[in-house]
Design a protein around this ligand. Sequence first.
Ligand code: ADP
Length: 192
Amino acid sequence: MNIILLGPPGAGKGTQAQYLVEDRGMVQLSTGDMLREAKSSGTEMGKRVAEVMDRGELVTDEIVIGLIREKLENTDAPGFIFDGFPRTLKQADALGELLEEMGKSLDAVIELRVDEDALVGRILKRAADAKAAGQPVRADDNEESLRTRLMAYFKMTSPLVGYYYAKGTYARVEGMRSMEDVRKQIAEKLDA
Ligand code: ADP
């Protein structure tokens, strides 16, 4: 089973992806994590994407599609969770083609519905908690980059809701409930 978790920054995609890894042995493919890894390892690509990411803008489709292709081709898994990808219609088309090439299917696209008012607060709290615990704070977890990330989401990514709805793979869960409740809602959708 291959699924996409869709939702704005702060919706809890990473947390739920982790649960799916625990519960079902699926493999999480987070383009955000891949890009942060590239950034910290100082590769040529990492250097190129660093500023874009820190500002909260989207990295080019070519780069992220390339990263996903490489992972998909080199990872054996009972199923993949796409977290933070696709983020544009072009990425969505590319993912469809890639999966088809590999004889795989996309089984569900789950949107974590959240109250927009809560997002900025959630992320700023995450940053404050990390700082208080002496952990590193993401360079894009500041108010300005966050506004840019939200705008990128609504401009570029939210059309994917309609795209997958029309394809018939779309499902929605209530993301404002507790993490455990959201976990259960997702399980119900996947088992349906
Ligand atoms: P968020 O918590 O905002 O959902 P992620 O960890 O998924 O963030 O991604 C962090 C940053 O990495 C994004 O703001 C963007 O710059 C870049 N990025 C991640 N995935 C993609 C993608 N699929 N396409 C373009 N840029 C991406």
